[in-house]
Design a protein. Structure first.
Length: 252
């Protein structure tokens, strides 16, 4: 047994207006940001102002995260809980049928205004913004970058979905716009694309591969998506604006 720090993974029970909604296995840090992001990506709130209160506290078996929604959004949790068949620690919570995968997107993502050099600059600088992973080697990160590739915010978690929800929530709480792109240190699955769409990001980059459903979701909503991002090459998963296709490394 070495002295290397171990990443904390704990159950966090999410309660919304008194209803038990989900139990997430996650890193119990930045829970307020996670609460806001989770409510937005679950479509239980439309903006950070719809979340009236967030109260995280540690219990004997884990953590409890109590969230209060505005009156205009309160009916959504009632409907979701009434029709829900199961909880999940990752992926898509609170849905009862495959048809509910077609979740609404408020607006199509904008055209990315970034150069390829900015993408590689962000990838090169990302490690310095992952202190928890540097200590444990066991957590994912989600980072918001500006158009020049500078990293403006990064959140970490043992769960890739949770890291991205924390980022979405933090940016929404400060009314910050992601005008560059999001980088995630994981594969890109359907729900990661969905959360990037809620965040209004022009571009999503993953260091691992995308799934078929993730590509379909990105194509449907016009999200530019790059994957398998390395220091010398990036796979083009979806490029609706034809910004990276000509003369780029990788390709679809």
């Amino acid at each position: 047994m070495t002295g290397r720090p171990i990443a904390v993974e704990a159950p966090v029970a999410v309660e919304v207006d008194g209803f038990g909604y989900a139990v997430m296995m996650m890193t119990p840090a930045d829970l307020e940001a996670f609460a806001v992001g989770f409510m937005l990506t679950e479509r239980l709130a439309d903006s950070a102002t719809d979340i009236l209160d967030v109260e995280p506290f540690e219990a004997e078996a884990g953590w409890i995260l109590r969230i209060a929604l505005s009156e205009r959004c309160r009916g959504r949790i009632h409907d979701r809980v009434r029709h829900r068949t199961s909880d999940t620690g990752c992926g898509l919570c609170g849905i009862s049928g495959l048809e509910q995968l077609r979740r609404p997107v408020a607006a199509p993502p904008p055209r990315p205004e970034v150069e390829v050099d900015a993408l590689f600059a962000a990838l090169a600088g990302l490690r310095a913004h992952q202190p928890l992973n540097a200590r444990t080697g066991a957590v994912h990160a989600a980072a918001a970058c500006d158009r020049g590739g500078s990293i403006i915010a990064t959140y970490e978690d043992v769960g890739r979905h949770n890291a991205l929800d924390k980022l979405v929530g933090a940016m929404a709480s400060t009314r910050s716009v992601i005008d560059g792109f999001i980088v995630v240190t994981s594969r890109i699955s359907f729900e990661m694309v969905d959360k990037a769409l809620v965040a209004g990001a022009p571009l999503l980059i993953g260091v691992s591969a995308p799934t078929t459903l993730a590509i379909d979701h990105a194509v449907t909503h016009g999200l530019t998506m790059l994957a398998l991002a390395r220091s010398d090459a990036i796979l083009i998963a979806n490029d609706p604006w034809n910004l990276f296709t000509a003369g780029s490394e990788g390709g679809t």
